[in-house]
Design a protein around this ligand. Structure first.
Ligand code: URA
Length: 208
């Protein structure tokens, strides 16, 4: 686990980042949130409108679905670390460009090396592809990757990586929503139970 100082340094770098053009249209950068000793990390694509306004990940409608998926498997949102591949909102919620993903990638790398999660759940194609590439795995498609559990090493951290659909996609597609719910129930819940160490400490308690 990284130190509070290292983490706060990283957060302030992200908040003032100008590495790609997204800084010029953002309201707030969204570094991520959760305990620094979290065993589980969820990684989405990029902030949407609500996240850009609040500066927090997954607080809009996709976030509400993520919250209910977490509670359906008995995991408290406050016990997991939640972030995105890209920390600033792409205008109009377009998909981030590869150049933006690349520019932002050092931040995700540093988050993983500080938090040292045991499990990473990638939400959607962009997060899945990015984490597969970081782990040295070959990415084919979300259909091929979804529901698999890969034992990988990322930034020197040994962890289990799984990919599922993005909650935002599932909001508009009932079929995907069912598959997403099944992945939480049949893949993510057993993984979490396997570790049994979803820490309850909130960031505030942790830093007291
Ligand atoms: N979609 C994402 O990928 N991330 C968020 O934080 C919100 C919506």
């Amino acid at each position: 686990m990284g130190s509070k100082e290292d983490y706060e340094g990283l957060v302030s770098e992200i908040l003032s980042c100008t590495r790609c053009p997204l800084y010029s249209s953002r309201t707030r950068a969204v570094p991520g949130e959760g305990p620094l000793n979290a065993s589980i990390m969820f990684v989405g694509e990029a902030p949407g409108r609500s996240e850009d306004l609040e500066g927090r990940p997954f607080v809009g409608s996709a976030g509400k679905l993520l919250d209910s998926l977490l509670s359906s498997i008995g995991v408290e949102r406050g016990g997991v670390y939640i972030t995105n591949v890209v920390k600033c909102r792409p205008p109009g919620n377009r998909e981030p460009f590869d150049s933006e993903v690349r520019a932002c990638n050092p931040y995700l790398r540093r988050q993983i090396s500080m938090i040292k999660p045991k499990i990473i759940v990638a939400l959607g194609r962009i997060a899945g592809r990015t984490l597969y590439e970081m782990a040295g795995l070959r990415w084919d498609s979300i259909r091929a990757a979804r529901g698999r559990v890969e034992r990988v090493r990322v930034e020197g951290v040994d962890l289990m990586l799984t990919v599922t659909f993005h909650p935002a996609a599932a909001l508009y597609n009932p079929g995907l929503r069912e598959e997403l719910e099944n992945d939480f129930k049949n893949v993510i819940a057993p993984l979490v139970r396997g570790f049994k160490t979803v820490r309850k400490t909130t960031l505030e308690e942790f830093f007291k």
